[in-house]
Each structure stands twice: as C-alpha cells, then as structure tokens.
Ligand binder design. Sequence first.
Ligand code: SF4
Length: 445
Amino acid sequence: MNILLISANNERMPDPVPPIGIGFIAGAVLKKNHQCKILDMNFISDFKISLLNEIKDFQPSVIGISFRNVDNSAFPAVVSYIEHYKNIVKVCREELPNIPIIAGGPAFSLFPDELYDILKLDYGVVGEGEYVFTDIIESINNGNKMKPGIYSSKNQELDINEFSPAFDLLNIKEYFKQSGSINIQTKRGCNFKCCYCSYPLLEGRKIRFKNPKIAVDEIEYCLNKYSVDYYFFVDNVFNIMKEHSVSICEEILRRGLNIKWTAYVSPAGLDKATLEMYKKAGCASLDFGIDSASFAGLKALSKDFSPLDIKNCSLWCKELGIKFNHSIILAVPGETKETLEESISNIMECNPTAVTGMIGIRVYKNTALSEKLIKEGWIKEKDINTRPVFYIEENVKEYALERATELSKKYKNWVFPGITHKMDPMFFDLLRSRGVKGPLWGLLG
Ligand code: SF4
C-alpha cells in the first residue's frame, strides 16, 4: 500500500523541529514493505496544492497525520493549533473522501476523544505508534478487521531497538540548515514524577534504552550521508541513567566522530565526571529543565534535586566550557514573592548562558497537578481540554508578569516566550542562513 504521512506541525519558533516521531512511523511502515512518503507542513506554503501533487504522483491508500502540540503553552501569548489541524483534515477529506485517516502524535495522545470528534477522524493511535499504526494499515489492507476508532499502545512493550527514523524521508538537509541540529532519541519514557508533566503519559514511566551502537549508527548515517555534524538528544532527560548516556559518548569517541551535540538534562544525579565525558564526546550545550530554583518551588513541583544541585551543575558547566540554559516557571503552585525571588537570585548566582521562562503551568489531564486541582474544586475534569488552561499561583500572578517583563528587558539572556519580543523569526532565519548551529539561546551568553 502507499501510505502518505503528514506532519501537521508548522510552528517554526524558535526553530522548525525535525519530526522524528513521524520518521519512526515511516521507518515502521517501510519495514512492513509498504511505500511511504512524508508531507511536512514546515516546508509547505499551500497544503492543497502539495496534497494534489501527491495524489497525482503517489496515489495514497491511507493517510496518517501526526499532531504534535495542541498549543504553544506560552501564557499569556497562547496560540492554539486546532484550527490549523482542522484545515488539514478538511482538505484531505475534500480531495480524498474515501481514504481512511489515522491520527497520532503527542497532541492526539493527550486529547484523543476530543480530537477524534473535532477532527472527524477514522482511526486514532494513542501513545507510541510503531506497532499500532502498522497493525491498522495491515488491517485496512486485509479487509478492515480493526473497526474505526481509537487504539492505544499502552499495553504493548515496544522495543525501541527495532526502529529507527526513516531519515531519507525527512528533509534532513533543510532541517539542518534551518534548525542547526538533527534530533536523535536514545531512550523513551521518564520515571521522574514532576507533578504537571504529560511526557510519562505519552511514553510511559518505564525507561527503554536504545542500544548505544544503534543510536550512534543513526548519527553516523546522518553525518556521512547529509554532513550533519550537530545533534540534539531529544530524550526527556539525557542523563536519566547516566551510565547509558556515558555509553553513547564512549561509542561516539570509539568511532572518532567529529560532532557537536546538545541535550535536555536534569541536575538530579549529574556529576562532574559525567559532564567531562559529555564534553569530550562533543557536548557543546545543555538545557536544564529545572523549572524552579527555590526549595519550596522544587518541592511543589516534585523535583528530585535541590538548589545546590543546580548550582553545582552550573559551576561544572562553566568550568568545562559547556553552554547551559535553565528553563524555569514563575508562579508555580504555592509560589510567594519570596520563593519567586529566591528562585531568580539562585539562577542569577549560576550565571547561565540563557534562561527561558514560562508564566504558570499548562494543565493537562491525568497528571498529579490536575488531579489535585480537580479535588480542590479549582477545575472540573471536563474543562481540561484542548482549550488551554494555566495554573498560575493567583497571589503572585501580576508580580510574576511584572518580574518576567523586567528581567527580559534588563538581561538579554532572559527570554519569556509568552511575553517578550526577542523572538524575531526573520532574525533567527538570518542567523541560520549564516551557518549558526545548535540552540539559538547559546548566542545569548
Ligand atoms: S518534566 Fe522532564 S523529568 Fe519531569 S517527569 Fe516530565 S519529562 Fe520527566
């Protein structure tokens, strides 16, 4: 069968994100000996014309659409992507009325029932799609044993070593040019218990590690074929089991790959020896998802590290010449002016390359935070949906907005995507066209 996959995301700020999720699905489809193509909304100006071209050239039998985010999670400048998603499905229905549409991706997995109804889909896949998506297309191919509806991967133990993204179906050259790195995933799942986080709902709490040799094979493939020499380890937390991350580094060094990379990391359990190994293997920058730097804030968010851990990691990064960003949230549950100031002053002490901040927390279903808020009567379960709701500690809401505005005006390396105007897409394009690689916050320090 000919399977047309559509990556619906077209958010380009701060960078267009290579859709490796749909790349994994394409890899799974090819393994089952079907033909596959990817239409990527990041590079399409007129979706209808592009779809018509694909219908003429490729004649798809099934359409799969990946929905990445429901909104940008940035208060107060919130942008919802639902209308954009509706338009994509509408054009598919108009041009291919008899072709089944299968939806998936993080946004769909977080709000399956709602999006299934709003978008009037045929099939939906919740969670990891490699097995379920291919089961559905096999079923369609063999006479529709699986009825239309929503299917979940949650009981399946997906072996991530079985699959690699179909890099040749993604526009790797253009992504590297426009976003300065290519994404690599070395594990799935997260066993931390941050109270607001939806990632464990998407990938589960059980961590599954990719064999370091296979992960580095993926890097070597993109390096040799597309000359990509900067990578982004997009695992939720690259150092979640630091021994595994060190094995990845050892494999990079063993093969003598001349690359640079960045990753999301946590101060929990991170030590200087591990950071030294990262540096040796090409680590140029790290993004710490600390969320707060006050004792009370970290406790309220159920973070597994202390302000001292944050300071130590920051110091080691400085000593080793690794650029680092602290991602923070102001007005977390229980925040007071004092805890907010404690958080800011601890971060100042760390002297990070950059700080990216959000005001309040986008509330998702089935998290510890949403369950608490429902219990306390702050919100009803039915009101946690695709219309974004933020928990912003009421007593400090105005204060947090004022402080965020002040900080972003005073310090060029403090960025609040919900309120500042430092994110100029034309300037970002200019930087990339001049060959700037890695995260753009790396230029702020
Ligand atoms: S915020 Fe990060 S570390 Fe915490 S649960 Fe989510 S993915 Fe894991």
